[in-house]
Design a protein around this ligand. Structure first.
Ligand code: FAD
Length: 378
């Protein structure tokens, strides 16, 4: 069935982040949908979590406590690099260092884990080892991991949407979802200028990440509990000796330093200081509003002070700016730090799907789930 009527679509995708953009394009290219609409509350594509993140294309190393997440990263990184080559940067050396104290993983365990997931790992060379204080860092490994440029990714995703003639409505918020007797789902909308309207879709994909459990109407909400965290990453200019490396210290209250190609700077995140506060999903709290209203006192100084104990040269870094964003994860992954996908369907709302990918490369796990449950249009 192909939807007809001006406000009827084969599929309506809510949320113009990386997930919504890729899903909208794939509904045309893989599933043969004729009319697809993408709704985004901001003025352009990918301005929220898909832009304001640590830009790491994960290759598994970060997840020694969640084998499945690590293994899926190994499968998905090559696909991401192949599909978005212009957005992928590998012009740096990626180091994973194991702290001598308070690490949940030892160097031996880390090597064994890398072998188990088939990820390349070798001891870092003397120059790279010399960047760390050997009293606090037991071992340093060189590995293979990339960064992505979110601005380029956004431009490429936007180009694809245009090429596939996806209808896009920006500055438009989805308010609620209502199942209709016709088998379609109605999505009510409000534009920033106040105008209200609605559209109908045979399929509706909610890809709103932080806003995922807030598009309700008659829909009673997710089956899964979300956890929101207001996060800060420091944006740094690094001294010459450091500006070709990326570093993650494992596995505990440590830090990650990654290139942030879209601003030609580096991000520093710290397990202790990056999360400012967190809460479990609650109807009375709008996470975007909570972030807007938060006074955003920076903790970059504290991040830098602690990082300098392990990597003294970071003291010469310049704090240029900080990125604040809400990070949304599944509450159940609190302890293992895993990043599985959320892909929910609902017997009472046929055609409605809620989607959340814990990291950028998980999009391929979502596309696999879609292949398994969506019949291509004829
Ligand atoms: C601090 C931080 C660091 C991270 N680091 C990494 C990393 O290094 N590597 C990695 O792979 N992943 C990382 N992630 C996770 C990654 O950013 C997300 O998995 C990914 O961006 C999610 O994409 P998305 O499209 O679902 O979300 P988003 O990009 O947030 O898109 C959702 C969109 O929905 C819109 N929206 C919300 N509500 C509504 C509504 N009611 N109506 C219309 N539009 C709406 C929003 O405006 C937004 O544009 C990080 C995330 C954060 C926050």
């Amino acid at each position: 069935m192909t939807a007809c009527g001006d406000n009827q679509f084969d599929a309506v995708v809510i949320g113009g982040g990386f997930y919504g953009a890729v899903i909208a394009s794939s509904l045309k290219t893989r599933f043969g949908m004729k009319r697809v609409l993408l709704i985004e509350q901001e003025h352009s594509l990918m301005t929220r979590a898909s832009l304001r993140n640590q830009a790491r294309v994960h290759n598994g190393y970060h997840y020694p406590r969640s084998y499945k997440t690590a293994y899926r990263s190994r499968i998905n990184l090559p696909k991401f690099a192949q599909d978005w080559p212009a957005a992928v940067s590998s012009k740096f050396t990626k180091l994973y260092a194991i702290a001598s104290k308070n690490s949940k993983v030892t160097p031996k365990q880390f090597i064994r884990f890398c072998k188990e997931i088939g990820a390349p790992v070798e001891l870092a060379n003397p120059f790279h080892r010399s960047l760390f204080d050997s009293r606090l860092i037991e071992s340093v490994f060189q590995v293979e991991e990339y960064a992505f440029d979110a601005q380029i990714l956004s431009k490429l995703a936007h180009k694809e949407l245009c090429e596939h003639q996806i209808d896009m409505r920006f500055a438009t918020k989805a308010l609620g979802i209502y199942p209709l007797d016709s088998g379609l789902n109605r999505v009510t909308l409000k534009r920033q200028d106040g105008e209200e309207s609605s559209v109908e879709g045979r399929l509706v994909f909610n890809c709103t990440y932080t806003g995922l459990d807030r598009v309700r109407g008659e829909f009673s909400g997710l089956k899964t509990t979300l956890k929101h965290e207001v996060t800060e990453m420091a944006l740094l200019e690094l001294p010459d000796e450091l500006n070709k490396v990326a570093v993650t210290v494992m596995d505990g209250p440590f830090f990650s330093l990654m290139p942030y190609p879209s601003r030609n700077l580096f991000t520093l995140s710290h397990v202790r200081y990056t999360p400012h506060f967190s809460w479990l999903e609650e109807a009375s709290i709008d996470p975007y509003k909570r972030l807007d209203e938060y006074e955003k006192g920076s903790r970059a100084h504290r991040m830098l002070l602690d990082t300098a104990r392990y990597m003294p040269l970071i003291s010469d870094a310049r704090h240029v700016d900080s990125i604040f964003e809400v990070k949304t994860v599944l509450a159940k992954n609190e302890t293992d730090d895993g990043r599985p996908i959320l892909f929910e369907e609902y017997p009472d709302y046929p055609g409605l799907f809620s989607v959340l990918g814990g990291k950028i490369d998980n999009i391929y796990d979502i596309l696999e789930r879609m292949e398994a449950c969506i019949k291509p249009a004829v």
